[in-house]
Design a protein around this ligand. Sequence first.
Ligand SMILES: [Zn+2]
Length: 167
Amino acid sequence: MTKKYLYSPWRIDYILGEKPDDCVMCRAMASQQDQENLIVYRAKFSYIMLNRYPYNNGHLMIVPYVHKSALNDLDLQTWQEVTELIRVCEKAFKLAYHPEGINIGINLGSAAGAGIAEHVHIHMVPRWNADSNFMSVIGGERVIPEAFESTFNKLRDAILRVMNDNG
Ligand SMILES: [Zn+2]
C-alpha cells in the first residue's frame, strides 16, 4: 500500500515559520476585545467566558490565565479563585436564568472529551427539567434559542451583581 501525501507547497511557510501560540484560551486572554471573545468577566488569576459552541443557553467556562493542562499545575491562589468563581457563577445563573439544575465539569485530556486539552478550564451549564438529558447534550445535541449578545449581557450583569453583593 502506498501512502498518499497532500502536496501543499504553501504550507512550507507555516512549517518553517514561527509558530503562533494557537491556544484559543490564551489568544482570547491576550486580546482586548472581550465582547468579541465572549469574555464576560476578568478576575485576578482567571476569567469567565461564554462557550462559542454551547451545550445550552448560558454555557460558561472558567479559565485560568496560565496555560496549564493539569489542575495540579495551577498554583493554589489560582485554584482557589477558580473554585470561588464556580460559586459566583452558580449565583449568577440563578439570578439570570433560574435554572433547575447546573452541570459543572472538567475534561482533562482529549480522551476525556476536552476540546482544548492543553489549557485547563471548567464548564458550567445551566439546566432545566425540559432539557434533553446530559448524555445527549454532551453528545452534541445543541438547542440554542438565545442570541450570544443577549446571553453575554445577561450573564455579565448577573456576575457583576454577585461580585458586588459578595463585596
Ligand atoms: Zn492557553
